[in-house]
Design a protein. Sequence first.
Length: 306
Amino acid sequence: MPFIYLLSDEQMNFIDYYKILGLDKKATTSDIKKAYRKQARKYHPDLNPNDADAKQNFQQINEANEVLSDPEKRKKYDKYGNDWQHAEHFENAKQYQEQSSNSSGQRYSGRQSDGGFSDFFESMFGGSAGAGRGGQVKFRGEDFNAELHLNLLDAFETHKQTLTVNGKNIRITIPAGIENGQTIKITGHGGQGINGGPNGDLYITFSIANHPGIKRLGNDLYTHVDLELYSAVLGGEITLDTLSGKVKLKVKPETQNGSKVKLKGKGFPVYKKEGQFGDLYITYTVKIPTQLTEKQKSLFTELSKS
């Protein structure tokens, strides 16, 4: 049973989403979309194998896009910055404090302390959110962030997995075509709410390793096939192993070393689009025969003279 490792606060440090995408706060929805595509192509893990920095950048780019491309999330982020995920908590607490202050004849300015959101709660509830004033305020639980490792075959077909998160088992459906570095949200499986408040959510980022001999770029797959010299010269038929099973492939006569062919629809499934697949690109490597017999050498000699 896979075990989800929750990422520490140090691993999930706050990042400037606008800076990550090379934008400012005036960016339009179209600007965000274009910037995301440009940065995602640049730092995609498949184009930067064994580059930990590129992998981390790609995850941050996805995180930035997820927030800034969503009008509601972006509004919260612009207002609360580092504490945007706690916006609902803050508004509830602020409203509660104002009501309490008004009832006692006091006024509350609604401004955060220099320490931000956490200091605000400490000053209002004595260091325990929801513990003051009889504990009547409900607060949403913290969101969890985790990473799940899969291989390419795992991501090729929709399947279910049972995961262990903080000692609890949850069963999730992983759609075919999930991207390396993609993050999905599992509602209600984060931290427990306070005073009866709703649970937080679980955000899972997928780390997908390439299959031996097969490389994935988006929905397309790339592989190399060794081709016997005789098949390259005379043509013929070969059997090729793909992620969806074996396929027979016709080789044209006089196929050159490094030649490429495309098998349409034999690539990776398109995420959440049933029945749609990318393409499979094959590069031929013509093998030069070794340990020839005298007769075979003689035949090649004759060919060289013709």
